[in-house]
Design a binder for this molecule. Structure first.
Ligand SMILES: [Zn+2]
Length: 691
């Protein structure tokens, strides 16, 4: 009887929750013929709600710049051209909305929804008779590409019937206008962002004219595939090339080496593949990533771009806009191809490069972050072209694009945590705490995903259904895991190391393993309160980068030596928006000892209690201890850590323990270390992983 009483309110609450599922239509919209099918279909904005540490992160964002920027930064203030005013009328309003709008709906924050809706309403209410949208003061295609991305998210969250007709009329106008007024400069290099919303609309209306427009955008847009087929930007971009301007605009070389353009372009071939189905269009993405990794890859998951491709030295920077744009590209790429390595990469960028470049309270951000970042001060550094304040934390260091564009990072990651499969099932793209409400197997389903991943190694899914439903639930197995255990209602299944396609119930030993198809599929009839847990075995690992330098990683997290930054406020703008200089209070020039080969020692990992801020240097949720020795010859050059000496190096000082924290928590840090030839001793400092 007592049990009954306990269960009743739960069942009632969940049935109601399923009925109240947001958004109004929580189903994914599959691609319409003749487009290729996506491997996985994105779910509409609102289907996934952040929970746990991820909600803390989004709430910090709402209480920080994202929730207040319009109150004091005039570029997104009341006089914006995108609100009918005479102020900024180009990309900043749309950029801001592209993050503010999903943030508002995911938090269900009515004040933020009202802020965002005002902008959307202005665009919806002011379409010209010929179909054009946006401020009359310019006719640039580029900022409109961004506002269209905002409108698609708004339509998904609200089903507002005005969006589809407005977009239809706009694309008719664009199709008629492009022959006379073709894509140019930014729009020409970012045509795929336009293609993205054209395909979104085609899947909803089936209007064949949209496919004609898609082909025209491809024809007029820059050929990124050709750039990477014969990649000639294999070193830090030279200032001479970058200083040229043509007709007031950056030169073609400047556009082609532009970090943000390259991050956005990571979705060009996958989206174009949907029209062609050609193997070359699929292979082009791998080639693009491989070349960027090889010549410009950084240990935080990104490539360098400060403002242009800058080689693999970890003292080079990467712009915040490029971080959030690469995330959005990878989210689309994973939907199209379903390659698990793309989602591994997405997690690496999201859990490292994104939090590292934002302050804990989300009131300040950098323009450029460096993996080896020993001071964030106004000073001349070795950037390809950026200014002296580029790595300071502030309102608009270097330039205001990131101030407007940073907001989309976390919310779009939330939107992509789950996707739908063609057989009415669901797949986990990336792991983080959330609640999903959607339709699967023909029934309303709510899945509570409880976890402190990436700081912990276990994820629990609890399913709530008003009635039993049969559908496949597919879990992504990250490539780094040394072993995986899945439990369905407490019954264990041991999986081998990553990379194996394992239909439920089949023996791992007989399966073909391939790292690009690492999924575990559970196809069964699900009942209310069914529970699935997945446990990964994340072992510390060492990866090698510029000059053979060593970086410590574990699971999707990169670890760095924090330099205990002292924050000095140099200017306050309004509210809590200030510019800050960060200087180190600790030595940074150490060479590390690597763990001995084939031994699980030399590095120890400790779980620490949760603080209020997920990526906080004062309360890191996970720490790693390694050992190192001071390396006097490694000094500061041009206000950054000098080039990492080629490893192995000799350093004869005393061996000291070094406590590393997640990269995203260490605002000043060393991430890529030289190492000494002699490996760490297993006996010296309690080196086994602590749980
Ligand atoms: Zn930017």
């Amino acid at each position: 009887m007592i049990q009954h009483l306990r269960q009743l309110p739960l069942a009632l609450c969940c049935a109601i929750a399923v009925m109240q599922a947001a958004p109004s239509n929580p189903r994914a919209v599959p691609n319409r013929a003749p487009l290729q099918k996506n491997k996985f279909n994105p779910l509409p904005l609102g289907a996934i709600e952040p929970r746990g540490w991820l909600r803390q992160q989004l709430e910090a964002q709402a209480h920080g710049l994202s929730g207040h920027l319009d109150e004091f930064w005039k570029d997104v203030g009341d006089n914006s051209g995108w609100l009918g005013g005479t102020g900024e009328s180009w990309e900043r309003g749309p950029y801001y909305l592209d993050g503010l709008l999903p943030l508002a709906y995911q938090l269900g924050d009515s004040a933020l929804i009202a802020k965002a809706k005002r902008w959307v309403d202005w665009t919806l209410d002011h379409q010209r008779a010929d179909g054009q949208i946006g401020p009359a003061s310019n006719d640039d295609w580029w900022p409109r590409m961004v506002m269209l991305k905002v409108l698609t998210q708004y339509a998904e969250a609200t089903a507002d019937a005005r969006v589809v007709p407005l977009m239809t009329r706009y694309f008719q106008y664009e199709l008629g206008s492009l022959p006379k007024r073709p894509l140019r400069d930014w729009g020409r290099y970012r045509w795929h962002d336009n293609l993205y919303t054209v395909l979104w609309l085609y899947n909803r209306t089936g209007d064949r004219k949209l496919l004609e427009l898609a082909r025209m955008l491809h024809e007029q847009g820059y050929d990124w595939q050709a750039q990477f087929a014969r990649f000639r930007y294999t070193a830090k971009t030279s200032k001479a090339v970058l200083s040229e301007r043509r007709g007031g605009m950056p030169s073609d070389e400047a556009m082609q080496t532009h970090g943000v353009n390259n991050a956005m372009a990571l979705k060009a071939s996958p989206l174009w593949y949907l029209l062609t189905g050609r193997a070359e269009d699929r292979a082009a993405l791998d080639r693009q990533l491989e070349q960027l990794d090889k010549y410009h890859g950084l240990p935080n998951g990104m490539f360098s771009g400060d403002e242009h491709l800058a080689g693999t030295d970890p003292s080079q920077g990467i712009e915040l806009c490029a971080v959030v744009e690469e995330m959005f590209s990878l989210e689309q790429d994973f939907a199209v191809f379903g390659d698990a390595l793309l989602a591994d990469r997405l997690e690496k960028v999201t859990f490292n490069a994104l939090p590292a470049t934002l302050s804990n309270d989300m009131w300040s951000h950098q323009y450029d972050q460096q993996p080896n970042q020993i001071a964030c001060t106004r000073a001349r550094r070795q950037w390809s072209t950026n200014g002296d304040d580029s790595n300071m934390f502030g309102l608009q260091p270097n330039f205001g694009c990131c101030t407007a564009n940073l907001h989309q990072g976390w919310p779009k990651f939330v939107s992509s945590l789950w996707m739908a499969t063609d057989d009415e099932g669901l797949v986990v793209t990336a792991y983080a705490p959330n609640r999903l409400r959607t339709i699967a197997g023909g029934a309303g389903v709510e899945i509570e995903e409880t976890t402190d991943y990436p700081f912990r190694d276990e994820v629990r899914f609890t399913l709530h259904l008003a009635k039993p439903a049969k559908f496949p639930l597919t879990l992504r197995i990250p490539s780094w895991t040394a072993g995986t255990t899945v439990k369905v209602n407490h019954q264990s299944k041991q999986l081998p190391a990553a990379g194996c396609v394992l239909p439920d119930g089949q023996s791992p030993a007989t399966q073909h393993c391939a790292v690009d198809r690492a999924f575990y599929r559970i196809d069964r009839t699900w009942r209310n309160n069914d529970e699935v847990t997945i446990h990964f075995e994340a072992k510390p690992r060492v990866t090698h980068w510029f000059h053979n330098a060593a970086t410590f990683e574990r699971g999707p997290l990169v670890f760095a030596l924090p330099l205990d930054a002292e924050w000095k406020e140099v200017k306050n703008y309004a509210q809590k928006s200030s510019d800050w200089e960060l200087t180190p209070t600790k030595k940074w020039n150490y060479a590390v000892q690597l763990p001995p080969a084939n031994a699980e020692c030399g590095v120890s990992v400790a779980e620490t209690p949760e603080g209020a801020v997920p990526f906080d240097q004062a309360h890191p949720r996970l720490t790693m201890q390694v050992s190192g020795r001071e390396l006097d010859g490694w000094t500061m050059v041009q206000n950054s850590a000098g080039a990492v000496p080629v490893s192995p190096v000799s350093a004869n000082g005393t061996t000291t323990p070094l406590k590393l924290v997640p990269y995203g928590a260490a605002k000043l840090r060393i991430t890529s270390f030289p190492f000494v030839a002699e490996p760490a001793s297993c006996a010296s400092n309690s080196l086994r992983s602590q749980r």
